[in-house]
Write a new protein. Structure first.
Length: 484
């Protein structure tokens, strides 16, 4: 195996296997979740989905309390189920599964956010806060991101406890607030205010990585090796405004529109790093001939321009190749019969490792090339500043055989023959906080999502029914394999 900047490219040879076909058309192999645990996993998942935990009018605390009650009913001691957070709506739950005393091994920490992206009923076919099953899928906000994983690990804790399993160390589950937004990020808050609750040898983050499906069939196990840096920038233009009967040539809305047209027409350049090169190389081995040819063109030095265009037609693929910046919100004008004195856009950027938020802000300023525009940085808590941090993505965590050996074995047991591939997350996750705290963090999930059906943050979010239960079984087996 080739080492990539401290991260091993982990691959498994493909081999022919017999696969069972589920009711939803998905294909699976390997162990199945027992019926009693399937029922419990269903009920926990349903309960979580039907609690509104969006920032504007929901409650993360309600989710945390519900999961605490589930674990209490499953036999966990109250003192091992700690609610902690900055206010009544943003309480995090830290659940400790006690291992063998005196082993000297530091805990394993699993982090999972229980807040969700805002969802409006009028945008959805179903009610986003109603757990709906139809056509072999579960629908609801959080069915992909990431109540699906939270529910699964809670069920796994209860199952292991019922079976009397004693791990070789403590396993800690932190269900946290405000990963998707808001002013009270739970992982950050715990690290700063209750570090004794989350001290760990390493972190597992099911919010990143996971099983990729193609036509319902498990195709690869992705492990997040690195991730982009998140940044919001507020782009503002202002002028005196005036009466709408006397249009000005420097209309603030038009000036902002011209800047955004430049942003649309000038994507950031292709820039591959060690992780994305390794990921693409591994993917090419199991891709269709056409896709493999595209990938080989992208991997050339310099990349083949035609291959880049073809590969970039899929937004998810395009995001692997470059920093992305896109307008996500607009604001302008104050009356229908007045010229706008101000127009403003939020530009959301996902920045490649090795580049800082301030560097990206300066790139935007140069691209807009308009001294009348103001480009400011907006922090996670909404604070606006004239400059941005120089923070860059942390380097990938070191490969650890005690993490990847069990992963290879359980992946082979669950989905024989699929490769394990290091990936760069195009988004951002709470691993940025644990990595910054010096805790190696690995994006490992078990719930399969179709590569062309990523609905996280979107309307009608859904997950295949059988993918959920396979993911619950995967994490149960993986946690036991890690802690024998």
């Amino acid at each position: 195996m080739a080492m990539v900047k401290g991260f091993a490219v982990v691959g498994l040879l493909l081999m022919g296997v017999g696969l069972a076909v589920g009711q939803d058309g998905s294909q699976s192999a390997g162990p199945k979740l027992p019926e009693a645990d399937r029922v419990l996993a269903h009920d926990i998942f349903k309960e979580l989905i039907e609690i509104n935990s969006q920032d504007s009018n929901g409650s993360v605390t309600a989710c945390a309390v519900a999961m605490r009650n589930r674990l209490l009913a499953g036999g966990f001691a109250a003192e091992d189920l700690v609610l902690a957070g900055p206010n009544d709506r943003k309480q995090n739950l830290v659940a400790r599964y006690r291992g063998k005393s005196g082993s000297g091994l530091k805990p394993i920490l699993i982090i999972g956010h229980i807040d969700v992206v805002e969802a409006r009923r009028e945008d959805w076919t179903t009610n986003p806060y109603e757990f709906v099953e139809k056509g072999g899928y579960y629908y609801g906000r959080g069915t992909q991101d990431m109540k699906v994983d939270d529910a699964g690990v809670v069920e796994d804790f209860i199952r292991m406890r019922r079976e009397g399993y004693v791990p070789d160390r403590d396993i800690v589950l932190a269900l946290t607030a405000d990963e998707e937004g808001g002013q009270s990020n739970g992982v950050s808050w715990l690290l700063k205010n209750r570090p004794e609750l989350v001290r760990a040898d390493f972190v597992l983050n099911p919010d990143a990585g996971g099983v990729e499906l193609r036509n319902g069939k498990a195709d690869e196990m992705d492990v997040e090796a690195t991730e982009k840096t998140y940044a919001d920038f507020r782009v503002t233009t202002a002028n005196p405004g005036g009466h709408s009967s006397q249009p000005r040539p420097d209309n603030a809305i038009y000036e902002l529109m011209h800047a955004l047209e430049k942003l649309e027409a000038n994507p950031f350049p292709v820039e591959l790093n060690a992780v994305t090169r390794a990921s693409l190389a591994e993917t090419a081995k199991v891709a269709t001939p056409e896709r493999a040819a595209e990938i080989r063109g992208v991997l050339q030095t310099p990349s083949d321009a035609k291959a880049v265009i073809e590969f970039s037609r899929d937004p998810a693929d395009s995001a692997l190749l470059r920093t992305t910046c896109v307008a996500t919100m607009l604001k302008g004008g104050h009356a229908p019969n007045a010229l706008p004195a101000m127009a403003q856009a939020n530009v959301n950027c996902r920045i490649l490792p090795g580049h800082s938020q301030e560097e990206t802000r300066q790139t935007l300023i140069g691209l807009f090339a308009d001294p009348k525009l103001m480009v400011e940085y907006v922090s996670d808590d909404g604070t606006v500043a004239g400059t941005a941090p120089d923070r860059k993505s942390m380097p990938p965590p070191p490969v650890r055989e005690d993490v990847f050996g069990p992963l290879r074995a359980v992946t082979e047991e669950m989905w024989p023959g699929i490769p394990v591939i290091p990936v760069m997350s195009a988004g951002a996750s709470d691993s940025i906080y644990t990595m910054a705290a010096g805790i190696p963090s690995y994006g490992i999930g078990g719930v399969g999502i179709d590569f062309d059906d990523d609905r996280a943050h979107g309307k009608d979010e859904r997950v295949r029914v059988e993918s959920y239960y396979s993911g619950v079984e995967f994490y149960y087996l993986y946690l036991k394999a890690l802690t024998k």
